[in-house]
Design a protein around this ligand. Structure first.
Ligand SMILES: *Cc1c(COP(=O)(O)O)cnc(C)c1O
Length: 482
């Protein structure tokens, strides 16, 4: 009786394991879909404004009935692709793009297929070794000492959270001390830092927004003044969070000077290099980034400057012990786990236990291509940015922000009369409606400005010229009825 029931259920549950022929068929369908998606990606739109927003998906709820693999891909084709932002497009020049290189997708496929347990060394020494090797590569890249460690996270926000929690514990900020603890940032700091502070129970900390120079870099004299004032008032200067590439303007704070100040006053020094960090691969940036090696913690996003698909950030902490102290835990059901002298466990260095073997999507493309094309792509984006800036400067009516330090240009169109903010609001809407390129907008000193962020690996000269043409034509079009 029991045996019969088991066998009956086995027959059904075995449908979860497609045979060799079915697998081949699925891969063939997947291959076709990938080709369809990628073959014309260079000219595919970056933004699709659609009335229905893919609502047809709701007509196909999760239920007991299986549907055909082809039909499933049709659902994706019709409702997910070409709907909203297409971050794979070379025309994605908004926010901070990256693109998502193809071999990384194959790494994801392999990681999911093998389902390696990249959480503890004991369970998957190979997978953990790969992830730790990637971290050591980054530790060397930023110039941290060998006792540094880190974690591959799902993104920069989570990486920021890990660093903030580590900084909190390393400075023993208990409930009593939190209200007097002071955080120093500029108003260009990424919002994920403030979010991390709140999630980490530090919402009661005092936040000082330090003024910036004309290039949106933290003013060190103003910082010193603020720290001295806080000390005089009996507060506890705790955390200095600098940016190595702000999201709005790509500004890099004076990292070396800030390092000196942090050291002098005993502040935890955190650097957000989520966007800018991989420019360290270019020798020409070593000087600009000097001081990053003196930070206590930092974040860097492979899904930005290393062109990985979304879902890959990195937290690095100068002293591995501090990251470990804030994140490790043991439980009885993990008693078989042998602590290795050789490699740290990712599970001891992050809030996660079971996790995606996300290192494979980064390791595979780096092995496959070597570093050279990554360096070339980053350098290309820098020159494209400078080209965009110079060309736009020559167009009538456009007003530019500061000369780009990285690959973001801010600008706006100033109409001959009327409210410039309203004009630029209309301009960005019209450019999005067109959809071939997708710049975004922001507010800087009360001005509504547009920003062009060139970092997607697929963005080449063609797309930058196209963006210039679209901006010029759209502005001219809007002026007709202005
Ligand atoms: C993107 C970004 C973040 C947040 O990273 P996510 O990966 O989007 O979570 C933090 N800081 C800066 C400067 C960024 O550009």
């Amino acid at each position: 009786m029991l045996i019969n029931k088991i066998k009956e259920l086995e027959a059904i549950s075995r449908t979860l394991e497609p045979g060799a022929e079915d697998r081949e068929q699925m891969l063939a369908i997947l291959r076709d879909y990938s080709s369809e998606f990628l073959d014309d990606i260079e000219t595919r739109k970056a933004f699709f404004e659609r009335e229905d927003g893919g609502r047809a998906l709701l007509d196909s709820p999760i239920c007991d009935h299986p549907i055909d693999f082809n039909d499933i891909l049709d659902l994706l084709r019709q409702n997910v692709a070409d709907n909203g932002l297409n971050p794979a497009s070379p025309g994605h020049v908004g926010y901070i793009p990256g693109g998502g290189i193809y071999p990384a997708a194959l790494g994801d496929y392999l990681a999911a297929m093998m389902n390696s347990y990249a959480s503890v060394f004991f369970a998957s020494p190979g997978a953990v070794r790969i992830e730790n090797m990637l971290l050591r590569w980054l530790i060397n890249l930023v110039g941290y000492p060998q006792e540094a460690s880190g974690n591959l996270s799902s993104g920069g926000s989570i990486a920021n959270l890990s660093c903030i929690v580590t900084a909190r514990d390393a400075h023993q900020l208990n409930a009593e001390r939190i209200p007097s603890a002071v955080v120093y940032v500029t108003n260009q700091v990424h919002h994920s830092l403030q979010k991390a502070l709140r999630i980490a129970g530090l919402a009661e900390c005092q936040i000082r927004k330090i003024p910036m120079d004309n290039d949106f870099r933290m003013d060190t004299a103003a910082l010193l003044k603020a720290i001295e004032a806080d000390l005089a008032a009996g507060h506890y200067p705790w955390l200095l969070a600098a940016s190595a590439g702000t999201t709005d303007t790509g500004s890099i704070d004076p990292l070396d000077e800030l390092a000196g100040i942090a050291k002098e006053y005993g502040l935890w020094y955190h650097v957000d290099a989520a966007y800018g960090g991989f420019f360290l691969l270019l020798d020409s940036f070593r000087e600009t980034f000097k001081g990053i090696e003196a930070s206590d913690s930092l974040i860097i996003d492979p899904h930005k400057g290393l062109f990985m698909p979304y879902g890959l950030g990195v937290a690095l902490v100068r002293n591995a012990k501090q990251l470990y102290n804030s994140h490790f835990y043991r439980a009885d059901y993990m008693q078989d786990v042998i602590l290795s002298e050789e490699e740290l466990n990712p599970a001891d260095l992050s809030p996660e236990l079971s996790k995606h073997f996300r290192g494979l999507r980064m390791w595979l493309p780096l092995k496959l291509h070597g570093l050279k094309p990554f360096r070339a792509a980053l350098e290309e984006k820098l020159y494209l940015t400078r080209y965009f800036y110079e060309e736009l400067k020559n167009l009538d009516g456009f007003e530019l922000g500061p000369y780009p330090q990285l690959t973001v240009t801010t600008f706006r169109y100033v109409p001959p009369h009327g409210d410039a903010n309203r004009f630029n609001q209309m301009l960005i809407k019209a450019v999005h409606r067109d959809g071939r390129v997708f710049p975004t907008s922001t507010q800087i000193n009360g001005k509504f400005v547009l920003r062009m962020a060139i970092l997607a690996f697929r963005t080449h000269l063609y797309t930058v010229d196209l963006a210039l043409q679209i901006l010029q034509e759209t502005a001219a079009e809007l002026l007709k009825d202005w």
